[in-house]
Design a protein around this ligand. Sequence first.
Ligand code: NAP
Length: 251
Amino acid sequence: MHNILLLGGTTEASALARLLAAQGIRATLSYAGRTDHPRAQPVPCRIGGFGGVEGLVAYLREHRVTHLVDATHPFAARMSAHAAAAARIAGVPFVALTRPAWAREEGDNWTGVGSIEEAVAALAGPPRRVLLALGRLHVAAFMAQPQHHYLLRFVDAPDAPPALPDHHLIVDRGPFSVEGDLALLRDHAIDLIVSKNAGGMGAQAKLIAARQLGLPVLMIERPAMPDRREMFRPEDVLDWIAHTPAPERGV
Ligand code: NAP
């Protein structure tokens, strides 16, 4: 019998969880535990790290996982590296469900940077009004450029107010619309957007709005991922599961 471990925390993982539940395929969705109120899911969930590669290998063996699907966020590089390594060690068939990176289109004014640190360095200079579309864990790094006004948008209200001296915080988990983001950028007189190149639909609205308003975007490019098989549609993962036999294990 199939027993899928789905590493989640993304829209894609939730979509695959729905498909697996609809097909009656046994699956567990794993969350890191970063958000306070994860969406209700149609399959059982577990929450928290596994304890590195070793911990994940032990989990795969103990729970007799037949297929591992890494549907974590494209910036969750550590978890993705662990998943690829653990699947290889435990001999469990493995794929990643991810999304293509966003690509520049005509009218875009993007500057690519390689990391959050590079984005922070690129913000040196006179005060600006910046939409920091990054999530609460990365905001502290921008303390190094306290001269700007920062518009922040988080999934959850933070326990403590962000330390940035001049900021405005909105709590909203999206997905966001182009109309809504156009209004947001205008209302807050934003003149620069800092974004991760997450890809996908839910967070793309701000980039389309930026294009329409002619606003520059500081785009943080994706971290390197392990060599792995990638799929972009949850249906393709279902198909892969159906055609990939479970590993043979001794009793
Ligand atoms: P990360 O740096 O790659 O992972 C750090 C550690 O967190 C991992 O080594 C692992 O701990 C644990 N972990 C991460 N994802 C997990 C999962 N799905 N289930 C169980 N443990 C997990 O990850 P991150 O960038 O902090 O992202 C954490 C979670 O938020 C992921 O599930 C990701 O899909 C989601 N997310 C991330 C972003 C982003 O921009 N990074 C955006 C949206 C959603 P152990 O080593 O102990 O196993």
